[in-house]
Ligand binder design. Sequence first.
Ligand SMILES: Cc1cc2nc3c(=O)[nH]c(=O)nc-3n(C[C@H](O)[C@H](O)[C@H](O)COP(=O)(O)O)c2cc1C
Length: 261
Amino acid sequence: MTDRHSANRSAPAPRSAEEPARLSPPAGRSPLLVAITGATGATYGLTLVRRALEAGVPVRLTFTNAARRVVPGETGKTVEEWSQEFAAVAEASEAAAEAASPTAAGPGSGAPPEPETRKAPLFALDDVADIGAPGASGSFRARGMVIAPCSMGTLARVAQGVSGNLVEREADVCLKERRPLVLLAREAPLSAIHLRNMLAVTEAGAIVLPPVPAFYARPRTVEELVGHTVDRALDLLGISPAGAFRWGAEFPGAAATEPIQ
Ligand SMILES: Cc1cc2nc3c(=O)[nH]c(=O)nc-3n(C[C@H](O)[C@H](O)[C@H](O)COP(=O)(O)O)c2cc1C
């Protein structure tokens, strides 16, 4: 895992008067905040959490109440079962990193761990009603946040600064602290209200990354299709999972088997 933010923490200049200054996210073991909302496509968020943990990046995950309803319907597992699975993934990732480099500062860090996060577990589940969770404060050194998938309801509340639950508050904090906020906003078709809200969060500094599939990597399975979008989202947070497809690094015509038709 490489961390392109670890070497340079200076704030780049804004590209235009409208664009807020963007700070590089804290490096080391600063946790990534992830939220899964009640839009369809829970697999995007679930895959993202797994890949981040496998890359050694600490994750604090929150499900909205609507996600608690949608996730079992789409995946056959409750959010508690997913959380147990992620705790096991985190444990295996820590063990593998320890075995590979017992004296290293931490998996995937490339830098000494931040003192306040040195002993933090790799995976934590937060309650959406707990507005006192770590990510609710700007003083907590989060690396940034991904909401995947992001419902139009959560998008609207983030766009208006309505911090009515932990997910909305964490997103609001990322915007005010100028930390990366990536929204995999999912709805189709889109109304003028949805589009205006996407523009509003973009102007406030968020990145809207609709989970629209790309085919140039010649995906052979739905997992590969989803994984490509997830890797693009992680890229925006400075996290580069192993095996991510890179145009130019691998000629897509060289795929060994037939892509999805
Ligand atoms: C099966 C299912 C699929 C849904 N898909 C979407 C969707 O793709 N996009 C969306 O904005 N809302 C979708 N919804 C509606 C949201 O779950 C609903 O608006 C909810 O209030 C969002 O709450 P949240 O933003 O707190 O998660 C879906 C609901 C269900 C039951």
